[in-house]
Design a protein around this ligand. Structure first.
Ligand SMILES: [Zn+2]
Length: 213
């Protein structure tokens, strides 16, 4: 699926990752194209690919759990819940970008999720230091909510909310981690160049110095 002209890292296994926050990239799994919205998570197999591509599921054990439960009702329920949650998250992100805050209902939903699916952590030694790291050891499909709610909570409490924005050329949301904080596009490859060409053509059209052919 990956086109050779696409920058490595922007597309992984057919999914777009440009947001610097996988939870924001989740919003791009339902892009609105010319023919209307397209669901990129139509089944559990696609969901499994996205969870691995996003890095939300990393360990071999977690991957094999997902594979073993692909056809289970629990996995189907998780997928159904997640695609509905994705749209409520989209609404929360749009509200933040509009200078407001997410609805109280959404905050309550995330709080319930954090209580029901808490992220455990553990200490271990690394190069002579003690580090504290997430301990994510899913036993059932519903445990996949753990990284979803954790990442959502981290996004919502983000202090630099002005860095959360929508691409000027499309509907992709991203978190601007650039030093200057002046990123405007989801990606230079996808929208940046398109805008530069359009601006160049406009200048050419409007400029009286440009000879007409
Ligand atoms: Zn864009």
């Amino acid at each position: 699926m990956r086109a050779v002209t696409q920058k490595p890292g922007e597309w992984v296994d057919g999914f777009l990752f440009v947001a610097n926050r996988p939870i924001l990239d989740l919003l791009s799994t339902r892009p609105v194209l010319a023919q209307g919205p397209v669901e990129l998570l139509p089944d559990v197999q696609a969901l499994e690919r996205w969870l691995v591509a996003s890095g939300m599921v990393r360990s071999a054990k977690a991957k094999s759990l997902m594979r073993g439960r692909q056809r289970s009702r629990e996995a189907a329920l998780f997928l159904k819940g997640l695609v509905a949650f994705r749209e409520r998250l989209r609404d929360a992100v749009l509200r933040i970008e509009g200078g407001s805050t997410p609805s109280d209902e959404f905050i309550e939903e995330v709080n319930r999720g954090l209580l029901q699916h808490p992220l455990m952590t553990a200490l271990h030694k690394q190069e002579g230091r003690i580090v504290r790291e997430p301990l994510f050891d899913p036993q059932r499909p519903a445990d996949l909510w753990i990284p979803i709610f954790d990442a959502t909570a981290n996004l919502l409490r983000e202090p630099e909310v002005r860095r959360l924005r929508k691409c000027e050329g499309c509907a992709v949301h991203f978190f601007d981690t650039s030093k200057k904080g002046s990123r405007r596009w989801c990606s230079m490859n996808i929208c940046g160049n398109k805008f530069k060409v359009a601006a160049y053509q406009r200048r050419k059209r409007d400029g009286d110095q440009v000879p007409l052919r």
